[in-house]
Design a protein around this ligand. Structure first.
Ligand code: NAD
Ligand code: MN
Length: 508
């Protein structure tokens, strides 16, 4: 495989699907690993095909990294960390590089957005306005924070000094999913790099392209060789190698609960590396009879299941509706879902694109079949669409008369399939809301201030949104209770994952 050439930023942002397709045709897509500041093939020479869910075309042959590549990347990360070139750089200097990194990401936003859309199918408008924009914001926010975080002095006796300082943990492996590939990576990279660590990023085999491209942008911004390595790989091979590695200090993960649990086992089997997990969800979106604005609730409910084709960890996939507003709300949501019909992802007007691949399509269709068999009533959607394109598209789907024991209410589908469950009163809403192995997010619609607070407090979830859905920015932590994980991305709390606390006690 020849070394990847660098592509410069595009001249101007395309305005039409045709212009985006022209750019896509010119794109030079790199599928190589990035180790110690250079693109390289996997040691084995193996590759796997990266297939676009937009139309079924092959985008690139991607390096299939395994154990040998993990060894090389960890050695590079360790060497760069020990050298101090980044880890001992003054925070104010690291800040400048992080901000430059964010600026360069934005300067390449058309190219990165296009790669994201081609690779995992999301609409180009959101790849740009949500994924790349917020990825850059995460890097910038974390960079700006790092010279404003102070350490502590303990309240000692007069003849001693107790210093409580934070130090970078060392070598961090970050394993990320395919639903927001660049954004989930940058939620980790922001605080991980800003605190002085060296990182190995392992993107999903379903969406490796933006992580690979970003590596060169980081280098250009001034992140030294070895401080950010990127290892694409097929299946579990390279991720498992990193998780079992004796010289990885911390493992941060976003992905499914099943793999998250496996990573804890790997840590226990190896060096007890710290493991921070952001995992799945089955979030309850609760609408009480005294909802202040049923139309707004319907819009939020539709977008909470249809945005990003439902491939969102915080998807409001269980709509809990109180009996008095049930019929009206369901009718409004079905109407709203009409505006979420899938279209060509490179059309700037499209709001719903392709699901990530054929395998995910089969998973979604399997759940739809199970819903029907278990007695839920299919009220809209339920089928694959646009198959003639060669791409992978699903209609936004709503099941009513769902009970919380059905598999469509218990398991994370990761597709645009909404389960509507009826309830009566606050106690029952809370009980059903909490009857899940997950505890990531929840929404509550009510005009009663006390009911809003009492429900929010009683819900066992890391995030609660009142009278809207999916709020928050870099200033608030993001993460879950129970089997939705243990860590938090975003906000200053995220820095806890990337630093060790040291107590230095001095007799004076
Ligand atoms: P996944 O668990 O299948 O894969 C996640 C990552 O782990 C991928 O990079 C994958 O290659 C890697 N991996 C797979 N097996 C591995 C192994 N044995 N050892 C090491 N690494 C391994 O998840 P996914 O399908 O990519 O992503 C969807 C999931 O991510 C959903 O469950 C979703 O809820 C979750 N998610 C959570 C958050 C959050 O912040 N809580 C955000 C986004 C997505
Ligand atoms: Mn892909």
């Amino acid at each position: 495989m020849p070394a990847c050439k660098q592509m410069r930023g595009f001249m101007s942002t395309p305005q039409t699907r045709q212009q985006w397709q022209q750019l896509a045709a010119q794109l030079q897509i790199c599928g190589q690993a990035f180790i110690h500041g250079e693109y390289c093939a996997a040691v084995s020479g193996e590759t796997f095909d990266c297939i676009s869910p937009v139309d079924g075309n092959k985008l690139a042959a991607v390096a299939s990294c395994d154990l040998a590549d993990a060894e090389a990347a960890v050695a590079s990360a360790r060497a760069s960390f020990e050298s101090g070139v980044w880890s001992r750089m003054a925070p104010v200097e690291r800040k400048k590089v992080m901000i430059r990194f964010a600026d360069l990401l934005e300067a390449h936003s058309d190219e990165l957005a296009l790669l994201e859309t081609l690779d995992m199918g999301k609409p180009i408008r959101f790849s740009k306005s949500v994924d790349v924009t917020n990825a850059a914001r995460a890097l910038r926010w974390s960079g700006e924070a790092v010279d404003k975080i102070y350490d502590e002095i303990a309240p000692t006796a007069d003849n001693e000094i107790g210093m409580i300082t934070r130090e970078p943990v060392g070598v961090v492996a970050a394993i990320v999913p395919w639903n927001f590939p660049l954004l989930m990576a940058c939620w980790k990279l922001g605080p991980a790099l800003a605190s002085g660590n060296s990182v190995i990023l392992k993107p999903s085999e379903k969406s490796p392209l933006t992580a690979i491209r970003m590596a060169a942008i980081a280098l250009e911004a001034g992140i030294p060789p070895g401080v950010l390595n990127v290892l694409p790989g097929f299946g579990h091979t390279v991720g498992k190698a990193l998780a079992l590695h004796m010289d990885v200090d911390t493992l941060v993960f976003t992905g499914s609960t099943k793999i998250a649990k496996q990573l804890m086992v790997y840590a226990g089997q190896s060096n007890m590396k710290r493991v921070w997990l952001e995992a799945g969800g089955k979030s309850p979106h609760i609408v009480f009879n005294d909802c202040p604005d049923l139309k707004a609730a319907a819009q939020a409910a539709a977008s909470a299941i249809a945005f990003n084709q439902g491939e969102v960890c915080t998807a409001g996939s269980r709509l809990l509706v109180e009996s008095g507003v049930k019929e009206q709300l369901i009718a409004l949501i079905i109407d709203e879902l009409k505006s979420w019909q899938p279209g060509h992802p490179l059309d700037p007007d499209t709001v719903s694109g392709a699901v990530v691949d054929q395998q995910q399509l089969q998973t979604i269709l399997g759940y739809i079949e199970a819903g029907k068999q278990q007695g839920a009533v299919l009220a809209c959607g339920g089928e694959q669409l646009m198959a003639e394109t060669g791409g992978v598209y699903v209609a936004p789907t709503l099941f009513r008369e769902v009970n919380n024991q059905m598999s469509i209410a218990r398991e994370e589908i990761f597709g645009p399939v909404l389960s509507v469950i009826e309830f009566e009163g606050m106690e029952q809403a809370i009980a059903i809301g909490n009857d899940s192995i997950y505890g990531l997010a929840a929404g509550v619609w009510t005009s009663d201030l006390s009911k809003a607070h009492r429900t929010a407090k009683a819900l066992r979830s890391g995030m609660v949104w009142i009278n809207h859905y999916d709020g928050g920015d870099m200033t608030a932590p993001f993460g879950g209770y129970k089997q939705s994980g243990n860590g938090r991305d975003k906000s200053l709390h995220a820095f806890d994952k990337y630093t060790e606390i040291k107590a230095t006690w001095i007799a004076i």
